[in-house]
Design a protein around this ligand. Structure first.
Ligand SMILES: NC(=O)c1ccc[n+]([C@@H]2O[C@H](COP(=O)([O-])OP(=O)(O)OC[C@H]3O[C@@H](n4cnc5c(N)ncnc54)[C@H](OP(=O)(O)O)[C@@H]3O)[C@@H](O)[C@H]2O)c1
Length: 327
């Protein structure tokens, strides 16, 4: 049985991309074979498609860290044939053939039944990025963030994680400040619920000072680097920053002053190895009390348009969420 897939191949000059026919028999071992209906594009897929060894070591490879579809073969009675399922993270799309193919085979321990309240399509408009935005907000609230804490800052706001974070925070009644490098997308961010918009340059001001004016009741940071620590320096007393990304850099220029003088926290966020029970809990929030209208976040992608979108996400030019429709 063959299926269509986006495939990345290592060549003498770099990495080539093509749409190919693949054999189901070539998929890795696993309990569950899934007919993938939707996948989505995440920053990490861009790294995989360009041969980043921290993400993917074995080529040829089909990226796609997200997949939503219908189980067509199963050796696990808890997830029978016909179940609609969502898979994000674990090794999917890294060194396991991913959602940019029309079929994936995975261990049942990676699989979440489609949360009631979300369609398969909606689950992939959210995808890993939207899930991670929710994970950040969930952890900030666990640390005490409420709508009374102060405005919440979201960096990389027009991107996948950022745009969902802005919209969910606004839905929950938070005042939201959004940082963007795209001057032509201010209206888009306002329509998602941002109350204030800051440029990246504004976020870099005061970089040498140990503390900045205390403004934020919480921060969802997708950027890392200097922007992350400038946001830490602007947290209100006792508040927290959820660190999930590194598009602006992996190194943080830090001092201990904000921790000693303002009692603030940096919270680590990982969506990949988060235990399945926790993944299910976050998905249920996104399908329930945190459910937002997702229609204005989607850019529809096909196997043919995927390569161009990968080039855009690598330079920070995607807006919202790129969703791959397989059929
Ligand atoms: N920890 C986890 O489990 C987890 C899960 C998902 C994603 N992530 C990470 O989160 C980050 C964002 O992922 P994503 O899918 O949202 O990517 P994305 O859609 O490409 O969004 C990133 C956004 O960051 C901004 N940006 C890009 N380059 C920048 C730079 N050099 N300096 C400052 N801002 C920049 C851009 O927004 P503006 O133009 O609006 O500024 C861009 O749209 C990535 O590093 C990704 O690996 C981590």
């Amino acid at each position: 049985m063959t299926f269509s897939a986006f495939q990345v191949t290592k060549t003498d000059d770099g990495f080539d991309r093509a749409i190919v026919d693949r054999e189901v028999s070539d998929l890795p071992e696993g309990d569950v074979l899934i007919d993938v209906q939707f996948s989505s594009l995440n920053f990490k897929d861009g790294l995989s498609a360009t041969g980043n060894p921290g993400v993917t070591r074995n080529f040829p490879h089909t990226p796609g860290i997200d997949a939503a579809g219908i189980v067509t073969e199963s050796t696990d009675s808890a997830i029978p044939t016909g179940t609609e399922v969502v898979v994000i993270g674990f090794d999917l799309g890294m060194n396991t053939s991913g959602g940019f193919g029309q079929k994936v085979r995975v261990p049942s321990g990676w699989v979440v039944p489609r949360p009631e309240g979300l369609t398969l399509h909606e689950s992939m408009i959210l995808g890993t990025a939207g899930f991670t935005a929710a994970e950040c907000i969930d952890k900030l609230e666990t640390q005490g963030m409420t709508t009374a804490s102060g405005p919440v800052l979201v960096t990389g706001a027009t991107g996948g994680v950022g745009s969902v974070a802005v919209k969910v925070l606004s839905h929950l009644g938070y005042e939201v400040a959004a940082v963007t490098g795209k001057p032509d997308k201010h209206e888009f961010l306002t329509s998602l619920g941002a109350n204030e918009i800051l440029s990246r340059e504004e976020m870099m001001e005061g970089g040498k000072r140990p503390l900045l004016a205390d403004r934020w009741g919480g921060v969802v940071d997708t950027v890392g680097g200097e922007m992350l620590f400038n946001a830490v320096k602007s947290l209100r007393y006792g508040c927290s920053l959820a660190a999930c990304g590194l598009v602006g850099g992996a190194d943080i220029p830090a001092t201990v002053f904000p921790f000693l003088l303002r009692h603030v926290n940096i919270l680590g966020i990982d969506s990949v190895e988060l235990p399945l029970a926790e993944k299910t809990r976050i998905w249920n929030r996104l399908a329930g009390e945190w459910k937002i209208d997702l229609s204005d976040l989607e850019e529809v992608l096909s196997l043919e348009s995927l390569s161009g979108a990968i080039d855009r996400i690598l330079v920070g030019q995607m807006v919202g969420r790129g969703v791959l429709h397989h059929n």
